[in-house]
Design a protein around this ligand. Structure first.
Ligand code: ZN
Ligand code: ZN
Length: 251
């Protein structure tokens, strides 16, 4: 059987149809929506994407100069988190992709982010040698407050986790964490202390689901790490064996 499940003439018909459609109505860039996409992004947005290039610090996932005796970045923000990885730096088109998913519910932008998070997730897991059983792994997303979810109409972190579970086959446990009170966005200029803004803002609803598991905590953006640290503390207190952090972007 052909790998795509389509017999060759149907495939070529479909491809020529798509090529004709692209000619009449060129696909727009998933990030800026204005430029013409080559692949999924326009050239300008593709050039703007910056991901962490190796050598990376195994703990924080940021670039660590090969000659540096230790990682030059502080790991204080990763208390309770064994290792973190992100697909892109937030600046430029990565931020635009996150905002398109979050505020416009743009699936093209979301799918691009999910696909870009997959290699970062594999890197995270490759580091955890000796514990390869997929049954011990679970994805948990950083939740929105129910009121914000109603007004926004989508939970971007859960959306990304859902996409990852479909592609990687790792179980996603929705609703494990709950945001107990509304918090201001961490990037809001009125937030004077990010740690204080999210202190005690979360609750663990289903400790049994994560007990003994290695959890990959999924969020759209990593800013100060305060949110992830709060969530990780709850997961650990609930009996989770280890918390790893995976985000689409890092601010
Ligand atoms: Zn673009
Ligand atoms: Zn580091």
């Amino acid at each position: 059987m052909h790998s795509t499940g389509l017999i060759p003439w149907r495939r070529s018909l479909r491809e020529s149809g798509e090529a004709l459609l692209d000619l009449i109505c060129p696909p727009s860039c998933a990030a800026c929506t204005a430029g013409i996409a080559r692949g999924e992004l326009c050239q300008h947005c593709a050039d703007e994407l910056v991901g962490p290039l190796p050598p990376l610090c195994p703990r924080c996932g940021r670039i660590r100069p090969a000659a540096a005796p230790s990682c030059p970045h502080s790991h204080d923000c990763l208390t309770g988190i064994a290792a973190a990885r992100h697909a892109f730096d937030y600046r430029g088109s990565a931020g635009a992709l996150v905002r398109r998913l979050k505020f416009e519910h743009d699936a093209a932008a979301g799918c691009f982010l999910v696909r870009s998070m997959l290699p970062a997730m594999r890197q995270l897991l490759r580091q955890r040698q000796g514990e390869r059983s997929i049954r011990c792994l679970a994805l948990v997303s950083v939740p929105l407050h129910p009121r914000k979810l109603r007004s926004r109409g989508m939970d971007q972190a859960a959306w990304l986790a859902e996409g990852l579970t479909q592609r990687a086959g790792i179980t996603f446990l929705p609703g494990v964490l709950r945001r107990m009170r509304e918090t201001m966005p961490q990037g809001d200029p009125r937030v004077t202390s990010r740690a204080h803004n999210v202190a005690d803002a979360f609750g663990l609803r289903r400790p049994r689901a994560v007990r003994g598991k290695r959890v990959i905590l999924v969020d759209d953006v990593y800013t100060s790490g305060s949110t992830a640290r709060e969530c990780a503390a709850l997961l650990r207190a609930g009996g989770c064996r280890e918390v790893l952090l995976l985000t689409a972007a890092r601010g």
